[in-house]
Unconditional design. Structure first.
Length: 586
């Protein structure tokens, strides 16, 4: 067994002139060729949040850390580079606080608001006579970054930052518990794990749907993988997600061909298979429908950020896979290298110019609707190569042709067939048809008349919701004039044709106008669409539409296929649906 290197407990005042570069990173990170960037990033976040104290402890005996080191042992023993007793390892736990005067005796009195975060750094030596070969951040539990406190202001969250996937973690510092909500972070070690492992581990361990944390050993056991590892395929990533009782929805960002997992019943057993809609569909008629739909929607210019935003705003994490150049040769190849990052949040800029400007200056005929993702200027990501809580500019993967988006892999707690870009286009057509027939409806409303009269450009925002979430959202929605939907109208939702075995999941596509969306953060209604029916025939298109809610009006499809128009009290705009709130928002 590898010899354990103990780490002495230290409580360090890290106020200036203390240097994170030399007093922490260069001191603790032992591998000369290792990637220090994640540790640098963690220290940078700590400094920006006003870190004043660092507590150093030993984590070498933590059971999951012991198992991680054991996996490295087994790898090097198979290479005949090590015997069971001639390696050594160190696991350093470091915690940051924004307050002074912490001691072993006073730690329990520290306000949890001062806890900035915690990480574990592993240093691994395959042979005691050799230098450290691996130094990496085994894990980091870092609450959402906040501004450093001042004498006049406590710590507050960053402006317009929405972290939609996080869970509660229990951190121990000097045997004292700190409960924090965080997005899990992990760095690959390059032997038993690669970037896909790290991103999967980050996304899975940050999901509230997962009861037990997942470790690298678990991921490799699912695949039957033996290190060293070079990378994971889409199918392998999908298999890992499925084995954690989640459902992957995979979108190809390059051509307009999209992938999904479909459950196929075969001799009484459920088999999860990956299929490409155009590559492997045998039905010529279905293929023609899809091709025809693509031709009709060429002017929409599907952008990966719109699909990614739909999952993140719905509260579900996603993996973003992108091509990278081979930095060793700097040459293009038929099989470019790929990297994976974990996406779990976004920032919104309500003053963004281009969503309204481009249709005005380029011509409205090219813009059937405005996707709400146009106001999302960044996605919040963890990159195991660079560190946690980076913001990825929504158009960053278009700057260099060698670094471009390739796949989005959403981790959903339920199966979904229809993808966001199809849903947005369908919702746009459904709303357009309804507005053309509105004059014949008995229910009148100034907002609907305003949209029709002024030919206002519509914003569409697709969100995955359960029937319970939608009902609670409507029940708690207060209109701009104080009007709201009552319990009587909420009971009408029971008429929606949603099957119980589909877990009552559907797409809620919010309808808004530019000034309402950016100024009031509100909407005028929703289009409700089936998340499970992919159109293979004309009837399927009819079955996708579940209902439309507009001010004063609720059009609900009943279980017999007809539509019922209901007068509802909410007759103005109301707040958009949020799975997470920014600490403060502009």
């Amino acid at each position: 067994m590898t010899r354990q290197i103990p780490t002495a407990v230290e409580i360090i005042n890290c106020r200036p002139p203390f240097s994170f570069f030399f007093d922490i990173i260069e001191k603790l990170f032992k591998a000369k060729q290792g990637n220090k960037k994640p540790l640098h990033r963690i220290c940078t976040l700590a400094r920006k949040q006003g870190a004043r104290t660092i507590v150093i402890e030993c984590a070498i005996e933590r059971p999951d850390v012991v198992e991680e080191i054991k996996q490295l042992d087994e790898h090097y023993q198979k290479l005949n580079c090590s015997s069971p007793n001639n390696g050594k390892a160190q696991a350093i736990k470091f915690s940051f606080f924004s307050c002074d005067n912490i001691t072993k005796e006073t730690i329990e009195n520290v306000n949890h608001d001062h806890f900035i975060g915690q990480g574990i750094l592993i240093n691994y030596y395959p042979n005691v006579k050799k230098e450290c070969q691996h130094s990496y951040i085994y894990e980091a539990i870092l609450p959402q970054p906040r501004l450093a406190p001042t004498e006049d202001m406590p710590r507050v969250g960053l402006l317009n930052n929405f972290i939609t996937t996080s869970r509660k973690f229990l951190c121990y510092v000097l045997n004292c518990e700190f409960n924090v909500f965080s997005v899990y972070y992990s760095q690959q070690n390059g032997v038993t794990s690669v970037c896909a492992h790290a991103s999967l581990k980050m996304s899975i361990n940050s999901s509230e749907a997962i009861e037990r944390p997942s470790h690298i050993k678990d991921l490799n056991a699912i695949l039957g993988k033996i290190p060293p590892l070079q990378g994971l395929s889409l199918k392998e990533i999908g298999k890992i997600i499925v084995e954690h009782d989640l459902h992957p929805l995979i979108i190809n960002c390059m051509p307009q061909v999209n992938y999904l997992y479909k459950e196929k019943n075969s001799q009484g057993s459920d088999e999860k298979i990956l299929w490409g809609l155009l590559d492997k569909i045998s039905s010529p008629s279905l293929k023609n429908i899809i091709i025809d739909a693509m031709e009709k929607n060429k002017d929409i210019n599907f952008h990966y950020s719109s699909a990614l935003a739909a999952f993140i705003e719905s509260g579900y994490p996603a993996l973003l896979v992108f091509d990278t150049a081979d930095i060793l040769t700097d040459e293009d190849s038929d099989f470019p290298l790929e990297h994976v990052v974990s996406v779990f949040g976004y920032t919104r800029n309500s003053d963004e110019w281009h969503p309204e400007a481009l249709p005005e200056y380029a011509g409205r005929e090219k813009w059937k609707f405005l996707p709400s993702s146009s106001w999302i200027d960044h996605f919040v990501i963890h990159d195991d190569n660079l560190g946690p809580y980076y913001t990825l500019e929504s158009r960053a993967l278009e700057v260099d042709p060698k670094v471009r988006a390739k796949y989005i892999i959403a981790l959903l707690p339920f199966s979904v067939t229809n993808r966001p870009h199809f849903i947005q286009n369908f919702a746009s057509n459904a709303l357009s048809r309804y507005l053309k027939t509105h004059k014949s409806n008995r229910i009148k409303n100034q907002w609907i008349d305003y949209i029709i009269k002024n030919e206002q450009q519509i914003i569409l925002r697709p969100i995955l919701v359960t029937l319970e979430q939608y009902a609670m959202h409507l029940f708690h929605s207060n209109g701009h004039d104080g009007s709201k939907i009552g319990e009587k109208e909420i009971t009408v939702l029971k008429k929606l044709p949603i099957k119980k075995n589909e877990k009552e999941i559907f797409w809620m596509v919010e309808i808004s106008l530019p000034d309402l969306f950016s100024g009031n953060h509100s909407k005028v209604g929703e289009i409700l669409l089936n998340a499970h029916i992919y159109p293979e025939k004309i009837k399927d298109y009819q079955d996708i539409l579940i209902g439309i809610r507009l001010p004063k009006t609720f059009v609900i499809k009943d279980k017999n296929g007809g539509y019922e128009i209901i007068d509802v009290p909410l007759d103005t705009h109301s707040p958009i649906y949020l799975t997470a709130h920014a600490h403060h928002e502009w």
